[in-house]
Design a protein. Structure first.
Ligand code: KG4
Ligand code: ZN
Length: 348
């Protein structure tokens, strides 16, 4: 079988990314231009700023991905584009570029679901997956446990009912004035903290595999800033994170990190007990977290289930996972026309 080269393009949030992947798994290049510096002062992604930054970066990033892979446009078998879900203005920038390249070079266009692509990321620089698997996506926008019967045959069996786990890390970092992006900032602050210092709630939603992170966020807020006075817009707090000493902030970060990860891992353990699977797949920005990675290793050892954990560089948003999943779809006969639409949300 001749090998195939797929260009992936990703612009769903605040990373502008392009990658070339051979046969779905072998990453030839993976270029990611982050916009953290642009969004830092707002402690979150500003959609309008993100779209404009994607526009400036998309072509240089694609060119760099092709150059680094030493691949010419005419050698591509397909162009994969993350077209859902995400920020609509951001998605449209990548989608426009992908369509233009597809049209100009007469190369098939393959629309890829960003969340499904996170579940492909364990294959990158590694082996294809044996199905059925249990899949975990822990990112800034999604917290899901799924039954994965194929690259895009995915049924969600547990999901967050409010904040995503990465969003909770980002909000915790804002409460603790720890920096941006929140996940790595909390992880760093937690390093020398006592994770038992604060008794923060680990949510359990009855017998379901669903998650809730808003209670944990509020508990951290009150622990750090004290009980609120007043209501609505006139609410005020007796203190802020900067009134705490460094060790108290470290302890709060460690206690938060422990509770947030405990809630995720409890449900994964539950799901592993309920379902016979060949392996556990894990991807998404939060799976870059060392405590979570160690906990996944522990749980999979205990359940004698092979763990397929994305390499750290492929946990956060990247285009290699888009190219890889596009390859899987393309080899199964899936491609899309130039009328492919971007979608901020995906039903179901
Ligand atoms: O997958 P991703 O890059 O984007 C989405 O699809 O949402 O995930 C970004 C999220 C952010 O919330 C970020 O704070 C979190 O992943 N994150 C982490 C770590 N690195 C990134 N959370 C905890 N620990 C980390 N080391
Ligand atoms: Zn993502």
């Amino acid at each position: 079988m001749t090998s195939s080269l797929v260009l992936g393009i990703e612009s769903s949030c605040d990373e502008t990314a392009a990658a070339v992947v051979r046969d779905g798994c072998e990453v030839m290049s993976s270029i990611v231009a982050t916009q953290h510096d642009l969004h830092q002062r707002y402690a979150g992604v500003v959609p309008e700023i993100a779209s404009r930054a994607h526009l400036e970066r998309i072509l240089p990033v694609i060119k760099e991905a092709l150059r680094e892979a030493k691949v010419e446009l005419h050698q591509l078998s397909a162009i994969g584009i993350g077209h859902e879900p995400g920020l609509i203005g951001s998605l449209l920038v990548g989608l426009g570029a992908a369509k233009a390249l597809s049209f100009a070079t007469d190369t098939p266009l393959v629309g890829v679901n960003h969340v499904q692509a996170h579940l492909w990321s364990p294959c990158l620089d590694s082996e294809p997956i044996q199905y059925p698997a249990l899949g975990v996506v822990a990112s800034g926008g999604h917290t899901t446990i799924s039954l994965v019967n194929g690259p895009t045959d995915i049924s969600v069996i547990g999901q967050t009912i409010d904040d995503a786990i990465g969003e909770a890390f980002d909000k915790a970092a804002a409460i603790l004035e720890a920096g941006y992006p929140g996940g790595p900032a909390i992880e760093q602050l937690a390093e020398e903290g006592d994770d038992q210092a604060l008794k923060l709630p680990v949510a359990r939603l009855g017998e379901t595999l669903d998650f809730s992170y808003s209670g944990l966020k509020t508990a951290l807020l009150y622990a750090v800033r004290g009980q609120p006075q007043g209501r609505g817009k006139s609410v005020s707090y007796p203190r802020s994170a900067s009134d705490l000493d460094v060790q108290s902030r470290r302890d709060a970060a460690a206690s938060f990190q422990r509770a947030a990860i405990r809630a995720l891992v409890n449900n994964i353990e539950q799901a592993l007990k309920q379902h016979e699977v060949t392996c556990l797949l894990a991807g998404g920005g939060v799976t870059a977290n060392t405590l979570l990675r160690n906990e996944l290793i522990r749980v999979c050892n205990e359940h004698e289930t092979p763990l397929r954990l994305a390499q750290r560089k492929y946990c956060v948003d990247n285009a290699a996972m888009i190219a890889g999943l596009a390859h899987a779809q393309w080899t199964r006969g899936v491609s899309h026309g130039l009328d492919l639409a971007a979608a901020a949300r995906v039903a179901g």
